[in-house]
Design a binder for this molecule. Structure first.
Ligand SMILES: NC(=O)C1=CN([C@@H]2O[C@H](COP(=O)(O)OP(=O)(O)OC[C@H]3O[C@@H](n4cnc5c(N)ncnc54)[C@H](OP(=O)(O)O)[C@@H]3O)[C@@H](O)[C@H]2O)C=CC1
Ligand SMILES: O=C(CO)COP(=O)(O)O
Length: 317
């Protein structure tokens, strides 16, 4: 199949590498101004993956849009501006796959909602779940989810994308999978904060209460609360709450240590979106709120953690 990957960062370059490796014809699109793309074009590698020479690397969006399947993996906060660019293009007969874990910070919108604002007639799917490039390229397989409103789209994509390296499941809850995938980054920041505060022992409680918090929100939004315990959220905790490779966990750890962190940590913007959704759906989100107080309001992390322990006593479930 002809597949274009839009986005040439850590995940986009991996997706191009992976899809090429299982026999598809790949075009990788990056912006002309991109340092990451320049490096890939010049050297064929970014230190994480080495691209096959037969892969087509282009900065021409029109050329990238010729493929039958368009896989998008960019920072979630840039997604609306990309959709503005795509809004006037001919996407007839194409399927779009969103490989991002974020929500729009200002509105709390899910990425398929933004997509459908611009392209209501184009089939769209999400590909989410656990997996770091460093593990996949060492041959360690993982399980992921593809979700879409259309069963036919899910079947076609799972069929085209499956391999010994990735076992896919069909998702059946776009709300739950998108909220779950994005919010695991907020929990990942919280996990990093615990590491930075030398309170790693609390990660078990974080996992348990984090999934409850997200399950409650998903239910209030009209999704299936069980999805919080699936691959997109709980299933992604090893990759985010524990992994040395996680950008979100590392951001949280660096933040409480007063250090800068230079990579994209989607959870920072998603934290704001979560608070918007909490207000909109009247859902209590104590962990997301605590992360927000630390990273956006400058509150002292140990004090915020103590406040979480002082909340009124309630039933666990
Ligand atoms: N298991 C999984 O499903 C994983 C999912 N992800 C998700 O993938 C997404 C991308 O993350 P990651 O690759 O780590 O981020 P990076 O920062 O490494 O890469 C993001 C890329 O997006 C590009 N970009 C931003 N805006 C646009 C635009 N309008 N048009 C074209 N390109 C654009 C940037 O280009 P430029 O270089 O020009 O700035 C950059 O190269 C995130 O949502 C993340 O959560 C990440 C890892 C694993
Ligand atoms: O989504 C991911 C792993 O599944 C990547 O997470 P990080 O952004 O925290 O590295």
């Amino acid at each position: 199949m002809q597949i274009s990957v839009i986005g040439c960062g850590r995940w986009g370059s991996f997706l191009a590498w992976y899809l090429n490796g299982i026999g598809h014809q790949i075009t990788l699109y990056g912006r002309e101004s991109s340092r990451k793309f320049t490096e890939l074009r010049k050297t064929g590698t970014n230190g994480l993956v080495t691209l096959d020479e037969k892969m087509n690397l282009t900065s021409d969006l029109g050329a990238a849009l010729k493929s039958q399947i368009l896989v998008i993996s960019i920072g979630a906060q840039s997604f609306r501006s990309l959709m503005e660019q795509l809004s006037s293009r001919d996407l007839a007969g194409k399927t779009v796959v969103l490989c991002m874990k974020g929500l729009e910070a200002g509105t709390g919108k899910r990425l398929t909602q933004i997509f459908e604002e611009y392209r209501p007639d184009t089939p769209v799917a999400v590909w989410v779940g656990p997996g770091h490039v460093q593990d996949f390229t060492r041959g360690i397989p993982n399980c992921m989810v593809i979700d879409s409103r259309s069963m036919q789209v899910k079947k076609e994509l799972v069929n085209a994308f499956s391999s010994d390296l990735i076992r896919f499941y069909y998702g059946d809850d776009l709300i739950g999978n998108e909220i779950g995938a994005a919010s695991k980054n907020v929990i990942g920041i919280a996990a990093g904060m615990l590491d930075g505060l030398n309170k790693t022992a609390l990660k078990g409680a974080l996992m348990s209460r984090g999934t409850r918090e997200i399950a409650r929100l998903i239910r209030k939004m009209g999704g299936n609360e069980i999805t919080a315990y699936g691959l997109a959220h709980l299933g992604d905790y090893e990759a985010t709450v524990f992994s040395p490779y996680s950008h979100n966990r590392r951001f949280g750890e660096a933040f409480v240590r007063g250090e800068d962190y230079g990579e994209l940590a989607e959870g920072v913007a998603t934290t704001k979106a979560m608070l918007t959704l909490g207000r909109q759906y009247q859902a209590e989100l104590p962990i997301s709120d605590a992360v927000n107080r630390v990273i956006n309001q400058g509150e002292e992390p140990n004090r915020v953690l103590s406040d979480l322990f002082l909340r009124s006593i309630k039933m666990e479930f």
